[in-house]
Design a protein around this ligand. Structure first.
Ligand code: CA
Length: 583
């Protein structure tokens, strides 16, 4: 789903608001810069309150807890911003008002407000008077955080832009451009340019199977080969069975329906997640931000724990404040056939929608035409579950039309068919009914409100909409008519998926296309755990770790019951005994 604006805001928090997008298309009220300022200052204020420290002391402590070079940058920024900002916060007791004072928020009419009024302003009139007093001060300083940052840390400027690609809020009509993050979303460290890496982050093996030889492009996951002398497909199965004289790959894998998986999707496919601890001042300690740098290198995503390509357990993550079960289609595919080990590719990109599908098919490593070096077939999912109806714009016109959606999906099917090996499959995943988000979350307290029990999800949704910075106006909206209309439009898009199957039926050479229906929504509705536990607490928008595992198992069950998957490999036990467990 679309997370650009929100990711920006949250990562800004984590970065101690050291990064403001190069060109923020700020709303009249201040947009993301305002939201970031208010969140960071609000959190510092809460933490200062809890530990009975001044804001300056609190900022020093928080900066020390940031990892690596971020710590120094954070201190430099607060040395400049603190003396201007903190007296105002201490004076009026409101992060909202203080961020207005330094003009990051341009909230002259006090319409956008995250936190309730401070105790010194019990009524709306008092609050407005306080805001007016602050706004009317003639010496209001303009704080250009971006200039400060780029001055202090030119590398971070570049780093943030390169790896976060954080984004001016972009027009929904301008979809395929400016997705920003390390385009074209391939591994940064990839010596042999075979689209696989032996480095985990930066689109490396947390995203795509680990490259067991990054100096030889002929060695990579997904190859169909006998592997007599070397493990060409990196699944650890290699060598010749001395008893029979046959290569193990031929003996135990050939003809068993071995196949890999590729997920083409959005931030839900990539498993976008900001740890709730980042936004809960009372939970901050010296280890809270330990995972921040790898998380930035992963664009805020956790593909190694995602429902499509997860391969680790949350408990294996050394840090990162993540808990919950892990299940994935990849894990099930390996259990079905041990020859499928290490054969996964996650092309989930924050902010992507159906307009990106064709391009994503070109970024998958699979060659159906190279008969000299053949690849295995692929199970490919098109999983754009939200952004076609999500954006910061307050209207329905900017959502994808059914005609555009059908054209996007059908074009991507043909593109995949021309690239993939014969025997591959495409599974179409519909948009999810996002009304669950408001229904389940609106009355709950958001992590940023945990300290003083004062910010609900409705407050946050309204605030982000007020700033024109919501990742999804249609779902994250307190207006029921808006949410219902958004679902009506999403349903009209989903209705195109069976049409796409029919339109391409009989016209494809290498792939078969399936639409199993609204599996995800059905799984959510019959969840054995409370539904709010399926939703990420910080963004109130993406599937949580528990939600990811639930979706994985529901899809696996659906695909199994459709009878489209190969049978289990009868040689699994022998492979495990000879080559050990991989997952
Ligand atoms: Ca092998």
């Amino acid at each position: 789903m679309k997370v650009f604006s929100f990711a920006a805001v949250l990562l800004l928090v984590a970065l101690c608001f050291t990064y403001v997008p190069v060109k923020v298309e700020a709303s009249e009220n201040g947009g993301m810069g305002c939201a970031a300022c208010t969140l960071v200052v609000g959190l510092l204020e809460q933490s200062a309150q809890i530990h009975n420290r001044t804001l300056t002391q609190e900022a020093e402590v928080m900066c020390q807890w940031l990892p690596g070079f971020l710590s120094g940058i954070c201190q430099d920024i607060f040395k400049i911003v603190g003396p201007i900002l903190f007296p105002i916060v201490e004076d009026c007791g409101s992060a909202d008002i203080a961020c207005n004072f330094i003009t990051l928020c341009k909230n002259e009419t006090a319409v956008c407000r995250l936190f309730p009024p401070p105790p010194s302003a019990r009524t709306e009139e008092e609050y407005n008077r306080l805001l007016a007093t602050t706004n009317s001060r003639s010496d209001r300083p303009k704080v250009d955080i971006l200039s400060v940052l780029c001055d202090k840390a030119p590398n971070l400027c570049k780093y943030a832009h390169r790896f976060l690609g954080i984004p001016q809020p972009r027009s929904l009509k301008d979809r395929s451009k400016n997705l920003g993050i390390s385009a074209p979303h391939l591994p940064t460290f990839d010596s042999d340019k075979d689209m696989f890496s032996d480095y985990p982050q930066l689109r490396g093996y947390f995203w795509r199977g680990k490259d067991c030889d990054d100096l030889d492009a002929a060695v990579h996951p997904g190859r169909l080969s006998s592997d007599i002398f070397g493990d060409m497909n990196c699944n650890t199965i290699v060598g010749v069975d001395s008893a029979t004289g046959s290569p193990y790959e031929d003996e135990w894998c050939q003809g068993t329906g071995s196949m890999g998986i590729a997920m083409l999707g959005d931030s839900a496919t990539a498993h976008f997640r900001i740890p709730a601890e980042y936004l809960t001042a009372r939970d901050w300690n010296e280890s809270t931000f330990n995972y921040l740098l790898p998380l930035l290198e992963n664009e805020g995503d956790w593909p190694m724990l995602s429902w499509g390509t997860g391969f680790m357990n949350a408990s294996q993550m050394p840090v990162g404040n993540i808990r919950g079960p892990m299940s994935s289609l990849y894990k099930h595919l390996v259990e079905l056939n041990q020859c499928n080990r290490n054969d996964y590719q996650n092309m989930g990109v924050n902010g992507a929608d159906s307009g990106n599908l064709v391009e994503w098919t070109t970024l998958i490593s699979r060659n159906g035409t190279d008969t000299a070096n053949p690849d295995k077939p692929l199970l490919m999912l098109f999983s754009m579950i939200g952004n076609d109806v999500c954006g910061h714009e307050h209207n329905f016109d900017s959502m994808t039309t059914p005609e555009e959606y059908l054209n996007n999906v059908v074009s991507a099917i043909y593109s995949a068919d021309s690239r993939l090996p014969s025997g591959s499959m495409i599974v179409l995943v519909p948009l999810v009914d996002g009304r669950i988000l408001y229904d389940e979350m609106h009355n709950r307290i958001h992590p940023i409100g945990k300290t003083n029990n004062d910010v609900t999800y409705t407050d946050l949704y309204d605030y982000l909409n007020c700033l024109d910075s919501s990742p999804c106006w249609g779902w994250m909206n307190s207006n029921e008519t808006v949410r219902n209309t958004t679902w009506k439009i999403a349903s009209s898009l989903n209705a195109q998926l069976p049409v796409a199957v029919n339109m391409t039926s009989g016209k494809l050479k290498n792939v078969k296309v399936y639409y199993p229906g609204e599996v995800m929504s059905a799984a959510i509705n019959s969840s054995p755990v409370p539904k709010w536990e399926l939703i990420e607490p910080v963004d109130g928008f993406h599937p949580s770790q528990t939600g990811n595992a639930l979706i994985a198992d529901a899809y696996w069950k659906a695909l199994t019951s459709m009878g489209i998957l190969p049978s289990a490999n009868p040689n699994n036990q022998k492979i495990l005994e000879k080559f050990g467990r991989y997952l």
